[in-house]
Design a protein around this ligand. Structure first.
Ligand SMILES: *[C@@H]1O[C@H](CO)[C@@H](O)[C@H](O)[C@H]1NC(C)=O
Ligand SMILES: *[C@@H]1O[C@H](CO)[C@@H](O)[C@H](O)[C@H]1NC(C)=O
Ligand SMILES: *[C@@H]1O[C@H](CO)[C@@H](O)[C@H](O)[C@H]1NC(C)=O
Length: 452
C-alpha cells in the first residue's frame, strides 16, 4: 500500500520534462546509444523464429532477392524463368495480386512457432522489394492491405504471437532496391535524404507506434552511412521516448560499417558463426532452407537443415553466448510448408527435455570440449550443463573440464535417476550412461551439480 500518493502536479511535471526532452537518457551518437543495457528478456529467450514473407513468395523461385536478380542484376537464370513462364512485359508488381494468403491463419502459425520452443518471432514487415506487410500510408498500393492478402499481416501475426506469450519483433529493410526516391538519393551520393525523410522515418515511427515491437531487426543498411539513414536520431527516440523504450531490442545494421560494431546486439553477417566467445551479445540468424530465406517452390529436402544440425547449431550458439533465430519462408498461400513445421516441432520436443540448459543460461568458463564426443557447455544457477549430440559408442562418457567434489552429482535430463560417476585426477569425471533405448533422440544434456 502507498503511504501517500504522489500529487498530480508531479506527474504533469514529469510529463512536461519528457516532452521538453529533459532527462532524455540517450543522445543521438553511438557512444551514448551503445551504452544502453540490452533489455533482459532477449538474452533469456535464446531461441526465436524468423519469418521471411512478401511478394517474393509468389514467383517462389531462387530467393527473396528474386526481383533484384531478375531486373537489377539481369541474371540469366531469372530472366529465363520469366521468359518461360510469364507473358512478355510482365512486371514484378504484377505478382502482388497473387499474394493471396488465403490460408493464412495467424493463430495456427503462432501455435507452430510456440511448439518449437521459440520465445520470440521476427517477421519481415518490409523486405528490400519495399512491399509493406501492413497498410503503410507511405507505400500506396504496394502494401498488404491495398493488394494481395488485403489484411494487416504485421498486426494479425503480432496479436497471435503475443497471445502465446512470445515476444514480437519486426524485420525492416532500410533500403528498397527500386524506390525512386532512394535511387535519386543514391545518385546524389547520399547527400540528399528525401527517401529517408519521406519513406523510412515515417514508416519506422508508424511501425513502432502502431505495433509496439519488442525487437527491430534492421537490415538493408550497407550502401549508405548511418548519417544518411538518420539512425542515431531514430534510435535515440526509440530508447528515450517511444512506447517501447524500456523493452525494445535492436540489432546492429544501421549504416555501412555499423554491423558488429554499433547498435543493440550484434548479427554481424548472416549465419554468423564465431569460433570463440564474443565479448558482446550476438545472434545467429539462419534458415532451414539453406538456399533461401523466402519460400522457393523448388526446394529439395537435401537442401534443408536436418534436425541434428539445427540442435547442434542451437547448442553451439547458446554455449557461445548467442541467440538462435531460425528462419522459415511461408508460401504465398499463407501456409508454412509441412517440412518446416516438422522441423520446428521436433526442435520443440528436444527443448522440452533439454530447454533447462538453454533458456536463461549463460556461457560457462569453458564453452566446449571434445574428449569422448563433442560437448557444449552452458551454465545456470548452480548447475553446469554438458550438451552432447552423439551418443558415445561405449556406455561411459569421459569429460575432463569440470572439477568435482564429494558433493557433486550428475543427472541426464529426461532420465529419472542420478547417474553413477567417478572422479578423474586432477579434473574431470567418467559418467556411466543408462543402458536405455535412446532411439530417435538427437542430443542429450548432463546436468552437473556441485562442480566448478
Ligand atoms: C534526422 O537527424 C537530425 C540530426 O539528429 C535531426 O535533427 C532530425 O530531426 C532527424 N530527422 C528525422 C526525420 O528523424
Ligand atoms: C571431435 O574429435 C573427433 C575425434 O578426434 C573429431 O573427428 C571431430 O571432428 C571433433 N569434433 C569437433 C566438433 O571438434
Ligand atoms: C546434487 O547436488 C546439488 C548441489 O550440490 C544438491 O543441491 C542436490 O541436492 C544434489 N542432488 C542429489 C540427488 O544428490
Amino acid at each position: 500500500m502507498l503511504l501517500f500518493s504522489p500529487p498530480v502536479w508531479l506527474f504533469c511535471l514529469i510529463k512536461l520534462a519528457s516532452l521538453l526532452g529533459i532527462g532524455a537518457q540517450y543522445t543521438p551518437d553511438w557512444t551514448s546509444l551503445d551504452s544502453r543495457p540490452l533489455p533482459s528478456w532477449y538474452d533469456e529467450a535464446k531461441f526465436g523464429i524468423f519469418v521471411h514473407w512478401g511478394v517474393f513468395a509468389v514467383p517462389g523461385f531462387g530467393s527473396e532477392w528474386f526481383w533484384w536478380h531478375w531486373q537489377g542484376e539481369k541474371n540469366q537464370k531469372y530472366v529465363d524463368f520469366m521468359t518461360k513462364n510469364y507473358p512478355p512485359g510482365y512486371s514484378y508488381p504484377e505478382f502482388a495480386p497473387d499474394f493471396h494468403a488465403q490460408f493464412f491463419d495467424p493463430d495456427q502459425w503462432a501455435e507452430v512457432f510456440a511448439s518449437s520452443g521459440a520465445k520470440y518471432v521476427v517477421l519481415t514487415s518490409k523486405h528490400h522489394e519495399g512491399f509493406t506487410n501492413w497498410g503503410s500510408p507511405n507505400s500506396w498500393n504496394w502494401n498488404s492491405v491495398d493488394t494481395g492478402p488485403h489484411r494487416d499481416i504485421v498486426g494479425d501475426l503480432g496479436a497471435a504471437v503475443r497471445k502465446r506469450s512470445m515476444h514480437y519483433g519486426l524485420y525492416h529493410s532500410l533500403f528498397e532496391w527500386f524506390h525512386p526516391l532512394y535511387l535519386s538519393d543514391k545518385k546524389a551520393g547520399f547527400k540528399t535524404q528525401e527517401y529517408v525523410f519521406r519513406k523510412v522515418m515515417p514508416e519506422l515511427h508508424g511501425l513502432v507506434s502502431s505495433y509496439k515491437p519488442d525487437l527491430i531487426w534492421s537490415d538493408g543498411d550497407w550502401e549508405a552511412p548511418d548519417t544518411y539513414w538518420n539512425s542515431t536520431s531514430f534510435l535515440a527516440w526509440l530508447y528515450n521516448d517511444s512506447p517501447v523504450r524500456d523493452t525494445v531490442v535492436t540489432n546492429d545494421r544501421w549504416g555501412a560499417g555499423c554491423s558488429c560494431k554499433h547498435g543493440g546486439y550484434y548479427n554481424c553477417e548472416d549465419k554468423y558463426t564465431p569460433g570463440q566467445l564474443p565479448k558482446h551479445k550476438w545472434e545467429k540468424c539462419t534458415s532451414i532452407d539453406t538456399y533461401s530465406w523466402g519460400y522457393r517452390r523448388n526446394m529439395m529436402v537435401y537442401q534443408l537443415l536436418d534436425l541434428p544440425t539445427i540442435i547442434d547449431d542451437l547448442a553451439r550458439t547458446v554455449a557461445l553466448g548467442g541467440n538462435y533465430l531460425l528462419n522459415v519462408g511461408p508460401t504465398a498461400d499463407g501456409t508454412i510448408p509441412a517440412v518446416f513445421e516438422e522441423r520446428l516441432r521436433a526442435v520443440g520436443q528436444w527443448l522440452q527435455v533439454n530447454g533447462e540448459a538453454i533458456y536463461a543460461s549463460q556461457p560457462w568458463r569453458v564453452q566446449a570440449e571434445n574428449t569422448t564426443v563433442p560437448i557444449w557447455y552452458t551454465f545456470k544457477g548452480k548447475s553446469v550443463y554438458a550438451i552432447f549430440l552423439d551418443w558415445p559408442s561405449q556406455y561411459s562418457l569421459k569429460i575432463t573440464t569440470p572439477k568435482t567434489s564429494s558433493l557433486s552429482n550428475v543427472t541426464l535430463l529426461g532420465y529419472p535417476k542420478p547417474l553413477k560417476w567417478s572422479a578423474l585426477e586432477p579434473t574431470g569425471l567418467i559418467v556411466t550412461l543408462p543402458t536405455m533405448n535412446m532411439g530417435g533422440a538427437h542430443g542429450w544434456t548432463l546436468r552437473l551439480d556441485g562442480v566448478a
